[in-house]
Design a protein. Structure first.
Length: 121
């Protein structure tokens, strides 16, 4: 599934000040509570999968996640998170998206882009 401009414009994310160096998993959930930079876990996790790709582009780190046709069917995916472990672990990114009702005829790919700003004092 490709996220449309309507979905992309509704993504809300929290800014973190500490970067985790090993983003290994992307979590998909059904939570709807506003995200904050103090969040440490998903509100309602449904499936956590190993990341599909991890790339850097200029000052951006892009983590790609995938939800297969046999996963989370019947769930309304509204929340994503990026973690450094298959369970528990540290959450780096937490975002809300416009609901995607997951069925067996849909696969969901998501790219989580973190823009890095380095300052020196």
């Amino acid at each position: 599934m490709v996220l449309t401009n309507a979905v992309l414009s509704s993504i809300k994310t929290a800014v973190k000040t500490q970067i985790i160096t090993d983003f290994t998993h992307v979590d998909f959930g059904t939570g709807t509570t506003a995200v904050t930079s103090a969040d440490t876990d998903m509100e309602t996790s449904v499936v956590r999968n190993a990341r599909q790709d991890y790339t850097s582009l200029s000052n951006d780190i892009i983590i790609s996640g995938f939800l297969g046709s046999g996963q989370a069917n019947g769930s309304s995916i509204t929340e994503i998170g990026c973690f450094d472990a298959a369970s528990a672990g540290n959450m780096q990114e937490h975002a809300l998206i416009t609901a995607v009702v997951k069925t067996s005829s849909k696969e969901l790919w998501i790219d989580i882009r973190n823009k890095l700003t380095v300052t020196q004092s």
